[in-house]
Design a protein around this ligand. Sequence first.
Ligand code: SAH
Length: 202
Amino acid sequence: MRTAFDVAYEGTPTWEIGRPQAVVVRLAEEGMLAGSVIDMGCGTGAHALLVGARGQRVTGIDFAPAAIARARAAAARRGIPARFILGDVLALDGPADTPPAVGGPFDTALDVGLFHVLQPLERRRYAAGLATVVRPGGRAFIVAWSDRNPFGYGPARVRRADLRSSFQAITGWRVDAVEPATLETNLHPGHVHAWLARLTRR
Ligand code: SAH
């Protein structure tokens, strides 16, 4: 099935800023992106490659073939041994015959801009699937476009409460914090509002 993302990746998507998001660079500098890392909805790989360049084991998963192809090409060009898997993150937990073979469990998961494109009813399934690929005690960091942005453009505006209710205990997570953050895009000069959720796998 061809999605809006396949169309977006024919050109330069609005979220492609040609460098890692500052919020992710800061997480890395804080030591939060520890150990083996999985990047959910990795796109063309900027964040997975940031982690890989630090010498850590890293896997990116995305369902857009063009994004995965570009991520693999960038890894080869830069000599970074990152793995990029074509697959649907919603198939990690559920009735799919063959869940994507991401490997793991990982120490840390990162999601920059994937959670906020899911339908509200998909969010808990995503949370449960994410729990299957992160080890108990591992961490996850979700950066999502927030409801503090004005209406009329962008993906779903996620509320702090949406993050808290999607990652509640039954899905395997503890929500440690949901903090104001920013995301850069090509659409807007400067930054847009986001939430950074910090989670721990129970
Ligand atoms: N993390 C990247 C891309 C963000 S855009 C970055 O920060 O640049 C959201 C990404 O999620 C897109 O690349 C899209 O193809 C991917 N995506 C959306 N739904 C998905 C799903 N169900 N499974 C896998 N990838 C998905």
